[in-house]
Design a protein around this ligand. Sequence first.
Ligand SMILES: Cc1cc2nc3c(=O)[nH]c(=O)nc-3n(C[C@H](O)[C@H](O)[C@H](O)COP(=O)(O)OP(=O)(O)OC[C@H]3O[C@@H](n4cnc5c(N)ncnc54)[C@H](O)[C@@H]3O)c2cc1C
Length: 486
Amino acid sequence: MALMNGQQYRESLKKMRPNVYKYGQLIEDVTTHPATKLHIDSVAHSYDMSQDPEKSHIFTNTSHLTGQKAHRWNTLCQTMEDQIGNADMKREQYRWSGTCQGATCAGWTGLNVLWAITYEMDRDLGTNYHERLKKYFQYVEDNGLALAGAITDAKGNRALKPSQQKNKDTNVHIKEIREDGIVIRGYKTQICGVAAAHEIIVVPGSGYKEEDKDFCLAVAVPKDIEGLTIVETRRPSDTRDEEEGWDSPKVGNITQAYLLFDDVFVPNDRVFMCGEFKYSGKILGFFTAIYRAAIGACVAGQGDIMCGSAINMARANGLSQKVFQDKLNQMAVNNEVTYGIGLGAMAKGKKHLSGLFIPDALLAHVNKTQVAKLPYETKVLTQDISGGIAETGCMPSYADFQSPVYGKQLLEALEAGTDGESRARMARLVEWLTVGGGIPGCMHGGGSPDGARLVVRAMTTWERFADDAKRIAGVTGEIAEPPKNK
Ligand SMILES: Cc1cc2nc3c(=O)[nH]c(=O)nc-3n(C[C@H](O)[C@H](O)[C@H](O)COP(=O)(O)OP(=O)(O)OC[C@H]3O[C@@H](n4cnc5c(N)ncnc54)[C@H](O)[C@@H]3O)c2cc1C
């Protein structure tokens, strides 16, 4: 069954062993629990759209293994068009839910990256990782699985390497190598969409040298594997007692989790790197090139919803779109800038010998710097257009709207260009998008912007620019960099 529909997807999750916790309680059924349901509903929608005559071209692609149709998030990106398909699917998903859909994102990217890395390791080292990965890829595709991607370790002290940490568990590591597999332990944190995933792709959190080779592992584990405990994080919107009320968003709601690996045994057929430290940096390099090219489309999709919310708020306040057109234009420009830089990275990308198409790293990292900036400006403009009721703390709670004593008057107080309830619903959406749980990881999702700036600095040909400027200015003498202060 290469293609599942939304209901089949929900049923498949229900069959898994419950090991996801929140607020100290085990979540028995992630498909119905309020902490995880909306995220799973969004992923289910993507499964349904894979079979929708009008949308299936966005949500599916052709398998490089079988030539058959498969969920796009189960396929290898072999061309520029496939990478653009990645971006367009994500923008479409954000337009549907207003937020991030982790279970069809980072794990898929990890799987694609491992296709190239295992190819290189087998070629250089004579290992058989690529064949293993091919079989696993086929398994994912045959079963139409959703994959979370775990890269970020808890890390510990940021100034120290994993092997220097007081507690080795701050970074996921190989505890034991056995004949039939490996035992891993440690913590991965801030992992998106785990509750909605069937499997987790685990890769190193950074590029490491020999002293940190224990931290160089790549594996695929079922979400419900023995020894793994998953703890869902608290969202800003969780503090609202009116979460279930009519004024809260009805789709989406990103989920994030801490993964606690406690001596988890991973059989060899699911191990794709075991100590080959020289390739760990490359995993990060390929991962960020793909991920940071596409992330511009994610935030553009959320920006589209912010434009829509701002227009609705203007009208709900009794004003026309025209009053705010300059601000709306700026919001649209911000969206297309991040989307467009990502497409540029894809257009300038190259095919790896393994068949994976990798976007241009410089442009992908430039995109990350803009993704950490422009969506915040768009949020400010959305709030600016919407008025005070869309900012936290300026609207009564759902429970008060329900009061038989004064609820009706509160709704009357909110009447403007539309009825009070519609205005309150739209204001809550703006609050959620701009200061609440709907904020995708613009700043640190996909890695920190400072990390991206380091790559931009390293990849930019500064000396060539300096030489060109000298030539154009007709300077023939030396203009030297001053000696470094000792
Ligand atoms: C919404 C969201 C979704 C996410 N989804 C996923 C996911 O699905 N999978 C996943 O693996 N991760 C995910 N992440 C985690 C994300 O990749 C990390 O947040 C990101 O890589 C930054 O790591 P950190 O949060 O540990 O920040 P830190 O490492 O604590 O960084 C904080 C700041 O310190 C700087 N810094 C850190 N170390 C140093 C140093 N040694 N020297 C100088 N400066 C330093 C950083 O550049 C940054 O500016 C997600 C994050 C968010 C916010």
